[in-house]
Design a protein around this ligand. Structure first.
Ligand code: SF4
Length: 375
């Protein structure tokens, strides 16, 4: 493995609008490349411009804390940060990959987020996050923290093949249980499920039942993308080695497309399976409102609830226009309550959506949404 120390110009990535998976508009990564080297990792794709051999060459943003401190300091900002979770993780390298033991950048970043009183959401595949429980608890007491761990399944044998340097699923589940015991909200990212391997109903059932045992607060689910080039070639090499009979099935669902998405038909099938299982185990498939409702401003609260509603209906195979409405609201430059007598002028807002928006403005949430979310 080779470590390259680099200087970053900026650390915080600001998204155009709030993200309804993470309830965050700001993300940060301190590493490029990932020692965990999962065979399906899309960070390997050329579209992310990670140089060198993914999994072996790791780029460390050595000045990350200095830059982040400047970016977070309210005295230096003309436009204050919007109230939402600050997201650690995702992207092209796990924030708690083994090299973090030496550099402690994620730990120092948590110290800054605590200092600036910001809510934090962390996504990792590593049990090393346990090291920072003291800081995460302090953040949670003051402003809230969510810890999420990702799994392609909780099957040990399959994980060994596709996630060679990641702590075993059992260890990851134990980490979630430990955080839950300490009063921290926790989620499982069942992402990605590996087609024809971890998307089988018996494997997904066991994984979701393990999540239920860990008493987690939500599960976020997703299939696997396979972008043409490095990512697809690397993954298929692994499949040829361990599951050669599946090659034609992969060719069948992954036709060339820029996102590397599998066919719509395949996606419908796995979402259908997932929906049946979360109904069986009664776990919300999105971060539930009790974890974000008191943090967000009114526009973002409504955007998130409408996007969650759209997803919950899609899971049931139903169409909705809630996403369009959320999109219109994300473009507003004033609080939506200022136009509450004229909501229907917004694209995608009909009588039903108008009623939901007014209910959220009045009570902070929406009964229809909560019924769908908690089944
Ligand atoms: S832990 Fe995440 S970022 Fe790292 S290799 Fe695995 S999928 Fe990629």
């Amino acid at each position: 493995m080779s470590i390259k120390e680099i200087k970053a110009k900026s650390i915080i990535r600001k998204h155009k609008r709030i993200d309804s998976w993470f309830i965050s508009q700001y993300g940060m990564n301190f590493y490029r490349g990932c020692e965990h080297n999962c065979s399906y990792c899309d960070g390997r794709s050329e579209s992310y411009y990670v140089e060198g051999e993914f999994g072996k060459d790791i780029w460390v943003k050595i000045n990350a804390i200095e830059v982040l401190n400047k970016e977070l300091d309210p005295k230096r900002k003309r436009v204050p940060l919007k109230p939402c979770f600050m997201m650690l993780g995702g992207g092209v390298g796990d924030s708690y990959q083994p090299i973090e033991k030496k550099y402690k950048i994620s730990r120092k970043a948590l110290g800054l987020l605590y200092k600036y009183k910001l809510p934090v959401s962390i996504l990792t595949k590593s049990t090393l996050i346990e090291r920072d429980i003291d800081l995460i608890k302090k953040i949670n007491e003051k402003n809230r923290a969510i810890v999420s761990i990702s799994f392609s399944s909780t099957n040990e044998k399959i994980s060994n093949i596709f996630e060679p340097n990641v702590p075993s699923p059992k260890k990851r589940l134990d980490t979630l249980k430990m955080f839950k015991k300490e009063g921290i909200a926790c989620g499982m990212f069942l992402l990605p499920t590996i087609p024809f391997i971890t998307d089988k109903i018996e494997i997904m059932d066991k994984t979701i039942s393990d999540a239920k045992d860990a008493a987690i607060d939500f599960i976020i689910f997703g299939g696997m993308t396979l972008k043409e080039g490095r990512q697809k070639n690397y993954f298929l090499k692994e499949i040829r080695k361990c599951y050669p009979h599946l090659i034609p099935d992969y060719a069948n669902i992954y036709k060339r497309n820029i996102w590397g998405s599998p066919s719509d038909e395949y996606q419908k099938t796995i979402h259908n399976t997932f929906n049946k299982l979360i109904e069986k185990y009664q776990i919300p498939p999105r971060i539930p409102p009790n974890l974000f409702i008191d943090i967000l401003n009114e526009n973002d609260k409504i955007i998130i609830i409408l996007e969650h509603l759209d997803y919950l209906l899609k899971l049931k195979g139903l169409d909705s226009s809630y996403r369009w409405a959320a999109n219109s609201i994300s473009k507003l430059d004033k609080p939506i309550s200022k136009i509450k007598d004229n909501l229907r002028s917004l694209n995608g807002v009909g009588p039903k959506t108008e009623k939901i928006i007014l209910e959220i403005l009045e009570s902070g949430s929406c009964k229809y949404y909560e019924k769908l979310l908690y089944k």
